[in-house]
Design a protein around this ligand. Structure first.
Ligand code: F0G
Length: 461
């Protein structure tokens, strides 16, 4: 195969930012196709050197400007990502931006979930309310716009489903081709169907997510294709805006605790970066604790912290029905640990039964989410029990994916057909019986329906 590496590297086209290595600090003027540091091979991040050279934006002026943009109908202003562009890497021309009006997601109160977790008040920022149904859109709009600026025809990602759905949509909007690489039979159907509809070349490989990442890293070395996994530092820049928008929705009152699901560990790194930058710029005075929750069967960060004190990654063979976070060898583990340490957060793990119960409880609050998002509520319950979160504190869960992303899980759970890893079916059903609500099949008879209604009414008391 011809080695076309020269064509795939691209310039950072420096305007307001540099791209630096998180380990050796090297400024990478030309980005390698795998977004690894040219000197030491570690991950890169976007840095805004002008902020420390006396050109930091004024915090009050920023708040007023962002608020004012909410009344504007200009395409960039109606995006809940680009509305905050002063804290994002600048494009050479804003016309390169590919947007689907992402961001602008709701902040909900979850009163029943609060009771079940034993806290006074609980809120959820629902990133599943983005255009393709997950938080990935907020990062995708930024990274793919840089792909367009750098004149790439092809973009690609390895994915557990949501990144691929998002990438495929944005590529289609921008008139670009997209290559999706997913583990065969291990992603939710809803997500696969999106990639197909948006016209991506969709390849299901006989491996897991970590295997897909390995194959794609070979491809990008020899084909001019722009990588859109979360090792791409521009993805994380876009994902930062959920934290900015959250603070704006809270009238800049900083919550005590923000709880985030952990998979490849890009999202918590992004939100943490945003909180740290906002504090540095004077938009907020304190930091929330940023905590990460993993599924017990996909817990490399939890094990890294508890077995190796964060010194080296403990990769695992991942197995969980929360397929979006079925990841054993997360790329951004160092960035994630940095954020957890800087904000004094923690890492927790939760079982499949705890995830299923939490998902049904979030549903019962009229909100709903996909299984990976429900780890946040399950994790909060543990943090309350072990005293890391106090009931009077202000807590925000980040819900990352829409309830309709994985309807099969939901239906199987409520029908009592769900089999989970590492737990006997009988034990799982006994634990989750209270939350599962099977559909009721009746004859077409008003009397039978009435009796069902009355029985339900009595049960509610
Ligand atoms: N929640 C959902 C719904 C996800 O899709 C993902 C990741 C995560 C949480 C974890 O976020 O990786 O930044 O720690 N999904 C990926 C994908 C990896 O390919 O869609 P993370």
């Amino acid at each position: 195969m011809v080695n076309r590496i020269a064509q795939t590297s691209h310039s950072t086209a420096v305007k307001n930012h540099l791209v630096r290595c998180i380990s050796c600090g090297e400024a990478n003027g030309v980005l390698a196709p795998d977004f690894r540091c040219s000197r030491c091979g570690d991950l890169l991040e976007v840095d805004f050197p002008k902020w420390s050279e006396g050109f930091a934006p004024d915090p009050d002026a920023l708040k007023a400007l962002w608020r004012e943009r909410r009344t504007s109908n200009a395409a960039l202003d109606t995006s809940g990502v680009w509305r905050f562009r002063e804290l994002l890497p600048e494009l050479d021309d804003w016309g390169f931006a590919i947007t689907l009006r992402e961001g602008n997601t709701p902040l909900y109160d979850l009163p029943r979930c609060a009771r079940s977790a034993g806290v006074g008040r609980l809120r959820a920022k629902h990133q599943g309310m983005n255009p393709t149904g997950s938080f990935k859109d907020t990062g995708m709009t930024v990274a793919i716009s840089f792909a367009r600026q750098n004149k790439f025809r092809w973009v690609a990602c390895a994915s557990t489903g949501n990144t691929s759905a998002s990438m495929a949509a944005y590529a289609a909007r921008g008139g670009m081709r997209s290559l999706v690489i997913i583990p065969e039979g291990k992603i939710a159907w809803g997500k696969l169907s999106q990639s197909l509809d948006y016209g991506a070349v969709t390849c299901e490989l006989r491996t897991d997510f970590d295997g897909c990442v390995r194959v794609l890293s070979d491809i990008i070395r020899c084909y001019p294709i722009y990588l859109l996994n979360s090792v791409n530092p521009y993805r994380l820049e876009g994902q930062k805006t959920a934290a900015i928008e959250l603070l704006e929705q809270l009238d800049w009152q900083v919550p005590d605790h923000v709880i985030i699901p952990g998979g490849n560990l890009g999202n918590n790194s992004a939100l943490g970066k945003a909180f740290l930058e906002m504090k540095w710029l004077g938009l907020i005075r304190t930091l929330p604790k940023v905590s990460v929750i993993q599924a017990e069967g996909a817990n490399p960060l939890f094990r890294t912290v508890h077995e190796k004190q964060g010194r080296e990654l403990v990769p695992v063979e991942a197995e969980t029905l929360a397929t979006a976070i079925r990841i054993g060898n997360p790329a951004s583990w160092k960035k994630s640990l940095r954020v957890i340490e800087a904000t004094r957060g923690c890492v927790e793990q939760v079982s499949e039964a705890e995830i299923a119960i939490a998902k049904a409880e979030i549903g019962a609050d009229g909100v709903g989410c996909e299984p990976a998002s429900a780890v946040t509520l399950a994790g909060l319950k543990k943090l309350v029990k072990n005293g890391l979160v106090r009931p009077s504190q202000s807590i925000v869960l980040i819900l990352t994916g829409h309830v309709l992303k994985d309807p099969e899980y939901t239906i199987q759970f409520h029908r009592g057909d769900l089999s989970v890893p590492r737990m006997a079916d009988k034990e799982f059903r006994a634990l989750t019986a209270k939350q599962s609500k099977s559909p009721i099949v009746l004859d077409a008879d008003a009397g039978a329906l009435l009796r069902t209604l009355e029985a339900e009414d009595k049960r509610d008391g």
